[in-house]
Design a protein around this ligand. Structure first.
Ligand code: B12
Length: 237
């Protein structure tokens, strides 16, 4: 992550505190002003998404869990972040893309979509073309159709709710069972739900559910970008 201007870690942390306070107020005007001041060109977007918005939303979650904020505040904070993110979509979508396309999909029952949108932007900022399927009622057939319609190199599954891990494994298995031989994307699973599983994810999932359905488990945008950038034309050998 390279910023267009010199900022120390403590200046970034200060901006994060100000942004958090604006989204909790809620004060959209200030949140947007902080964003505009920080993001001077496309290279600043990744830093803002990962070092300002993501920790702010995690803190909103902690405050909500401890009953320090009411439900409505959490909703408004989320909608301000979504508004900030939308503001930069035209700039992100106008960037040149590589000949590599990724489908990021919700897993069933998962209503946490902000992380998926941000992940999509982080990939696009690194030249990877992205399709987003954000409907929590999405079915395996829907995903199979999307894979068949476009040349999808990788399907990325994002799960936030720990209790949804088993649904995700089942979902991936159903999609794989419905694949035609000509469409063979790599299946990558990750998201916040995996934060509790530190090592040997596939092994842990196998012991929990009898199987680990994805081809690969990755946890950060940086890991995903580096995997997608390192692999050549066809990412599944
Ligand atoms: C906003 C929010 C909501 C909103 C979501 C709105 C929306 N459109 O997204 C609403 C109100 C709908 C909601 C509902 C619920 N929520 Co909620 N929510 C949150 C909150 C505060 C922020 C989520 C967020 O945007 N985070 C910021 C994003 C940017 O971070 P991220 O998701 O981790 O994504 C990044 C990375 O993980 C990565 N990534 C994501 N996917 C993938 C995939 C791969 C392959 C890779 C490599 C990387 C990757 O990329 C992203 C960018 O870096 C979190 C707190 C938190 N810790 O996040 C709670 C939180 C996630 N919610 C929680 C809960 C319990 C719920 C509810 C059950 C509450 C209830 N009782 O109704 C429901 C469940 C709804 C459902 N079925 O999904 C818990 C989850 C606990 C758990 N892990 O099981 C949390 C952690 C709050 C808490 N501390 O208790 N929620």
């Amino acid at each position: 992550m390279v910023l267009s201007k010199e900022l120390t870690e403590s200046e970034i942390a200060e901006t994060q505190v100000e942004f958090l306070s604006a989204i909790l107020k809620p004060d959209l005007t200030t949140a947007l002003a902080i964003t505009h001041q920080f993001i001077l060109n496309s290279s600043d977007i990744s830093v803002f998404w990962e070092k300002i918005i993501q920790p702010s939303m995690y803190e909103v979650g902690r405050k909500w869990e401890r009953n320090e904020i009411v439900h409505q505040q959490e909703h408004l904070a989320t909608s301000i972040c979504s508004r900030v993110i939308r503001e930069y979509e035209p700039l992100i979508h106008s960037l040149e893309g590589l000949d590599k396309q990724v489908l990021i999909t919700c897993t069933p029952f998962e209503k946490h979509t902000v992380g998926m949108k941000m992940l999509g932007h982080l990939l696009e900022l690194n030249g990877i073309r992205v399709q987003l399927a954000l409907n929590s009622k999405i079915s395996g057939e829907d995903v199979n159709l999307l894979i068949q319609q476009s040349k999808i190199d990788a399907v990325v599954f994002s799960t936030t709710m720990y209790d949804n891990l088993s649904n995700t494994e089942q979902f991936i298995e159903n999609i794989k069972a419905g694949l035609t031989p000509t469409h063979n994307p790599v299946f990558i699973s990750g998201g916040q739900a995996f934060q509790r599983i530190n090592t040997n994810t596939a092994q842990v999932l196998t012991s929990m559910f009898g199987k680990a359905a994805a081809d690969l488990y990755l946890f950060t945008a940086a890991q995903l970008i580096s995997f997608l950038s390192e692999t050549n034309e066809s990412i599944k050998q």
